[in-house]
Design a protein around this ligand. Structure first.
Ligand code: ADP
Length: 311
């Protein structure tokens, strides 16, 4: 495969054809052992064509999350299924984003940020003392609220950045991986003729898909999305929602959203977080299938929230 146009026509089906397939996934234990430095596995991201790692389940137990002495999230336990979309909803300040960032150890880069409890990815303790947080972030990718392509880099270099950081130098491998990732993010047809142009020159929706391409280039097992559509117009939002639906065939996806219609549209399971009062920690109130949460939640607080009585 090359970086040149195949036939010049937009074709989402052919674009999807080269997305990493869930059935291609065979090297889970290798991937997980990469979390430990010097474990003997190759820590360089896998070249295009090699089997991607498998979407993994996430198991969280007794998780408390702090900013210094402030406990922002209290006693969360949940199971997140692979190859599914899980939405986190709840009023502002209840800890959704904070909790999300504990799933790839990004919380601890904030001064004073620390966690207690356990987060397991495919049965492996992400906070184990021998686990390398940088490797965790490779396997658990993240997409942020505002599209944040590297402003001085071209479209191609944006997608290749993570692979280069991981040590991939071979031009052909980088080109193949970039093409595969851009196709995976449904952006290839729109950018294949201007890969050397700045990523910052794309529209907001395209930039967000570029960020998704950048995240999937290193073939993560989980994709975390923190309000990925909140800065986008309705058409771009629908494009990202379509993409999320497609990506779940290969990835475990967790999305924070303030938009309840979006949670209802894109997710298989929904977790409702709430806080008793300002200054108190956020807690997981209820987690169930999205259908149940939006039609017949068990907890009154969930019902009050989804029916717009607060938040
Ligand atoms: P949500 O995503 O549900 O809106 P957040 O996770 O952003 O909630 O915030 C949860 C709590 O943590 C809030 O009280 C917020 O003020 C606090 N918080 C968030 N980020 C920081 C930070 N960097 N330092 C200190 N407190 C923070």
């Amino acid at each position: 495969m090359t970086l040149t146009a195949e036939d010049g026509r937009p074709d989402r089906r052919s674009a999807r054809g080269s997305r990493p397939s869930p059935t291609d996934t065979v090297c889970v234990s290798d991937a997980i052992s990469d979390l430990v430095p010097n474990s003997g596995s190759d820590s360089v991201p896998q070249p295009a064509g090699k089997q991607p790692p498998m979407a993994q389940r996430i198991d969280v137990s007794n998780l408390n999350v702090y900013y210094g002495s402030f406990k922002a999230v209290e006693d969360v336990g949940m199971h997140i299924e692979p190859k599914s979309v899980t939405a986190f909803i709840g009023p502002s300040g209840c800890g959704k984003s904070t909790f999300l960032r504990t799933l790839n150890r990004m919380h601890e880069v904030i001064p004073g940020g620390r966690v207690e409890g356990k987060v397991e990815l495919g049965g492996r303790d992400l906070y184990g003392k021998d686990v390398d947080p940088v490797a965790v972030r490779r396997y658990v990718g993240m997409v942020f609220q505002r599209p944040n392509p590297f402003p001085t880099m071209s479209i191609f270099d944006n997608v290749a950045a993570g692979l280069r950081l991981g040590g991939m130098k071979n031009k052909k491998q980088l080109e193949e991986a970039a093409e595969r990732s851009l196709k995976g993010a449904n952006l290839w047809e729109e950018v294949k003729d201007r890969l050397s142009k700045p990523g910052a020159g794309l529209s907001g929706g395209q930039q967000q898909r570029l960020c998704i391409a950048r995240a999937i280039a290193v073939q993560p097992q989980v994709l975390l999305m923190d309000e990925p559509c909140s800065a986008l117009d309705p058409i771009s939002t629908l494009a990202i929602e379509d993409l999320i639906e497609e990506l779940k065939a290969s990835y475990t996806i967790v999305i924070v959203t303030h938009n309840m219609q979006q949670a209802a549209r894109v997710s298989d399971r929904t977790a409702f977080f709430n806080l008793a009062a300002v200054g108190k920690p956020g807690r997981l109130i209820e987690m169930d299938t999205t259908e149940k949460i939006f039609s017949n939640p068990t907890e009154k607080a969930t019902e009050d929230y989804i029916s717009g009585r607060f938040g």
